[in-house]
Design a protein around this ligand. Structure first.
Ligand SMILES: [Zn+2]
Length: 378
C-alpha cells in the first residue's frame, strides 16, 4: 500500500515540476513573429549575436533587416542571424532611392506641377522616388536586389517603398505636415514625366496633362497601379530564379487604403508573403481596425498567401497622449495583445513588429503572453 502512495507521489512531482510545465500546451508559442530592424551601425559581431539571441528568446522568428545595399553587410549580419535561429530577410527600399551615381536625374518621378522628386521631393527631403516607367530603373533594382539575393545567408528580399509617393497622407499625419488632404493635389500626384504621359496616351488616347481633374480618370489610376505591379512581378521572377523568397511591406488594404493613397494594387503581386503596415494610430483608428484590414488582406489574396500584420509600437507609452508627433504614437502595452488577437483572429499568419527597439519591458510582457495564446480555440 505504501509503495502505491509513493508511486503516486512521484508521479505528482513529475507532473507539477516547473520544467514539465514549460512543455505543456499553454506555454507553447502559437504566433509567428517577425521584426523590422535596422543596423548594424557600429555593432560588433558579439553585440549582434547578443541582440539576435535575445530577440529569438523573446519569440521573434525572423528579421526584416535594413542595412543598406551592400551584399557584404547582409552576409556578415545574416550569418549571425542564422546562427541565432532567425529567418533573415533583407529590407531595402525600392522606389525611394537617394542620390546615387548609378541613377540619373531624369529617371526620378515628376509630380503634376512638373517638379522632379529628385530635387523637389514631396513632404520630406528623403522622398526621392524613381519613375517605374524607365527600363533603366528596373534594371538598377534587378541588379541591386539580385546581388543581395545571391548572398547564401539571405532567405528573402523584403521590398519597401514599393509605390508612388503618398498622393494622400494618412489622416493622422495631416496636422504634422499642416495639410488637409481632402482630395488628390497635383504637387503630391506622380508620375507626369514625358515617358509616363506618352505611354498612357498611346494606350488610352488620353492626354492626361490636358485633363482638369486627373483623379477622376480611372484608367490613369489603373495605369499607375500596373506600373508598380509589373515592376514587382519582374523582380519576383528574378529573385525566385535564384531560389530565394520575395515579400513586401505594403499599406493596409489593398482597397481601403493602399490603392487610394499610394497606388499599390498589391493583391496582384506575385510575392511569397505580405507585411501590411497596419499602423492604426496613423489612421486615427483603434485595434479593432487592425482586425478589419487583416480580414480585407486575406480576402483579397483569397487566403493563398500569408499576411503578417505589421504593428507600430509606441516607444514611450506613458507620454502617448501628450505626444504631438504621430511617429511617437503606436500600440501601448495594453493595446498590444488586442492588436495581436485582432490580427490572428482575422486570418493573419503572424505579426511583424515595428520595431523591437521601441518595445518597453511592459510591451514584452504583454507580447510574451499573447504569442502563447491559441486564438484559433477562442
Ligand atoms: Zn514617369
Amino acid at each position: 500500500m505504501h509503495k502505491f502512495f509513493l508511486i503516486i507521489l512521484i508521479l505528482l512531482c513529475i507532473t507539477c515540476s516547473p520544467n514539465k510545465q514549460k512543455d505543456t500546451f499553454g506555454d507553447k508559442k502559437m504566433v509567428t513573429c517577425y521584426a523590422w530592424l535596422s543596423g548594424p551601425g557600429n555593432a560588433s559581431d558579439m553585440d549582434l549575436k547578443e541582440s539576435f539571441d535575445d530577440l529569438k528568446l523573446k519569440g521573434i522568428d525572423g528579421l526584416m533587416f535594413n542595412g543598406g545595399q551592400d551584399p557584404a553587410t547582409y552576409s556578415r549580419v545574416g550569418k549571425i542571424a542564422k546562427k541565432a535561429g532567425l529567418e533573415f530577410h533583407t529590407w531595402i527600399p525600392t522606389m525611394r532611392q537617394g542620390n546615387n551615381p548609378a541613377l540619373k536625374k531624369e529617371w526620378y518621378a515628376v509630380n503634376g506641377l512638373g517638379e522632379s522628386a529628385y530635387d523637389k521631393p514631396a513632404y520630406v527631403d528623403y522622398y526621392q522616388f524613381l519613375c517605374p516607367s524607365h527600363e533603366e530603373v528596373y534594371l538598377f533594382l534587378e541588379t541591386m536586389y539580385g546581388k543581395v539575393a545571391d548572398v547564401p545567408e539571405v532567405d528573402g528580399i523584403h521590398l519597401d517603398y514599393i509605390r508612388f509617393p503618398d498622393v494622400i497622407l494618412a489622416e493622422g499625419l495631416w496636422e504634422k505636415y499642416g495639410l488637409v488632404m481632402d482630395r488628390e493635389y497635383p504637387q503630391f500626384d506622380y508620375c507626369y514625366c514625358d515617358l509616363c504621359v506618352g505611354n498612357f496616351k498611346k494606350i488610352s488616347g488620353i492626354d492626361i496633362k490636358a485633363v482638369e481633374d486627373p483623379s477622376r480618370i480611372e484608367e490613369w489610376k489603373q495605369f499607375r497601379y500596373d506600373l508598380i505591379t509589373n515592376l514587382v512581378n519582374r523582380l519576383a521572377e528574378n529573385v525566385h530564379s535564384k531560389g530565394k523568397l520575395i515579400n513586401a511591406a505594403v499599406f493596409p488594404g489593398p482597397n481601403s487604403v493602399a490603392k487610394k493613397i499610394v497606388r499599390q494594387e498589391w493583391d496582384k503581386w506575385n510575392l511569397d508573403a505580405f507585411y501590411p503596415m497596419n499602423y492604426n494610430d496613423f489612421y486615427l483608428k483603434g485595434t479593432d481596425w487592425i482586425g478589419e484590414v487583416c480580414r480585407e488582406a486575406v480576402t483579397a489574396l483569397e487566403n493563398k498567401k500569408p499576411v503578417y500584420s505589421g504593428l507600430f509600437i509606441c516607444p514611450n507609452p506613458e507620454r502617448k497622449t501628450d505626444e504631438p508627433d504621430p511617429e511617437n504614437h503606436g500600440l501601448t502595452p495594453e493595446e498590444l495583445e488586442p492588436a495581436i488577437r485582432a490580427s490572428i483572429e482575422n486570418g493573419a499568419a503572424g505579426i511583424c513588429l515595428f520595431t523591437p527597439r521601441r518595445m518597453t519591458e511592459a510591451h514584452w510582457k504583454a507580447f510574451d503572453k499573447a504569442i502563447r495564446t491559441d486564438y484559433s480555440k477562442r
